[in-house]
Design a protein around this ligand. Structure first.
Ligand code: ADE
Ligand code: ZN
Length: 342
């Protein structure tokens, strides 16, 4: 059986704040002299027992309260990239939530500089490329999102796209039409979480009103056959996060995860980790556990890895280079076979 961890892949849906491991939480809390609400790493990890998206978000926003300095954001980001490289992630498009930091008094530049420094070091030292995606918190106002975009305009290095995350139900994409229009006019690509807990209509709204080029999650598309047909025809990428959906009770069992039906329907799905510290697995684990639960074949795992590069915001030369690495591993067109004759 193919080791899915070894496949060269891109990760397209990971929140940097969701990679904060309890060990690092305590280390940063100590040096910043901040109290953690739990007595130990084990007790903190034991609190990661969620009933839905909102129950997770409450813990997630509380957890990132320890992050204050550029060094904190650097340490968080470099730790994620080291772990991702162990799963042969060759390229990462990483979400960050500026409003969750600026609203606590941490300046945008502190967050962005710390993250970017780590991305640069990881590119040079570990060979992993990366982009940033600035997410707006959809449960805050459109005005707050616009202010966040304006802060990023003067400080946009490595930010390729804007996204939309946080509590989905009751916060439709239509709330953010103006800010996405402005972001696209400024040259950013757009993505949005849609159809995770929210209805399939939010997926259509994200495509029609926000003009997104990818949908994050999108698993509830299966409730609308016409929408599935549209996503297939237009080859809209969907960044699926199986272990996240399991831990947030979007699905009851991994064996019932919609990824199987999405692939069978011909959708351009990719596999990602979302908030791996909280959901029990980085991207390699998401591939491996989905393969075991859904009976994914070697060819399907290779398709998922290929789709991850195809759905990325890489330029064509870089995309071709990474796809070549994948083909070389599969003995495809990029390799010359020198198999010995025995
Ligand atoms: N922020 C971090 N993880 C998220 C998720 N799975 N859905 C919405 N917002 C998020
Ligand atoms: Zn997410």
């Amino acid at each position: 059986m193919l080791d899915a961890r070894a496949l060269p892949k891109a990760e397209l849906h990971v929140h940097i704040e969701g990679t904060l491991e309890p060990e690092l939480t305590f280390e940063i809390a100590e040096r910043n002299r901040i109290a953690v609400a739990y007595p130990s790493v084990e007790a903190l990890r034991a609190a990661y027992d969620f009933s839905d998206l909102q129950s997770f978000l409450t813990v997630y926003y509380a957890g990132m309260n320890v992050l204050r300095t550029e060094r904190d954001y650097y340490d968080l980001t470099i730790a994620y990239l080291r772990r991702a490289v162990a799963d042969n992630v060759r390229h990462a498009e990483i979400f960050f939530d500026p409003q969750a930091h600026t609203s606590r008094g941490v300046p945008f530049a502190v967050v962005a500089n710390g993250i970017r420094e780590a991305l640069g070091d990881a590119e040079r030292e570990l060979g992993v490329s990366s982009h940033l995606i600035l997410c707006f918190l959809r449960d805050r106002s459109a005005e707050s999102a616009m202010q966040t975009l304006e802060a990023a305009l003067g400080d946009r290095e490595r930010i390729v796209a804007v996204g939309l995350d946080s509590a989905e139900a009751g916060n439709p994409p239509s709330k953010f039409v103006r800010v996405f229009e402005r972001a696209r006019a400024e040259g950013f690509r757009a993505v949005a979480h849609a159809g995770e807990e929210g209805p399939p209509e939010y997926i259509s709204e994200a495509l029609d009103l926000l003009k997104v080029s990818r949908i994050d999650h999108g698993v509830r598309c299966l409730e609308d056959a016409a929408l599935v047909e549209r996503l297939r025809r237009e080859r809209v990428p969907l960044t699926v996060c199986p272990l996240s959906n399991l831990r947030l009770k979007v699905v009851r069992r991994l064996e019932e995860h919609p990824l199987r039906r999405m692939l069978d329907a011909g959708l351009l799905a990719t596999v990602n980790s979302d908030d791996p510290s909280y959901f029990g697995g980085y991207v390699g684990e998401n591939y491996a556990r989905s393969a075991a639960a859904l009976g994914l074949t070697t060819a399907e795992l290779q398709t998922l890895a290929r789709s991850s590069f195809e759905a990325s915001f890489l330029d064509d030369a870089a995309r071709r280079r990474y796809l070549g690495e994948l083909e070389a591993l599969q003995g495809g067109p990029a390799t010359v076979s020198h198999a010995p004759t025995v």
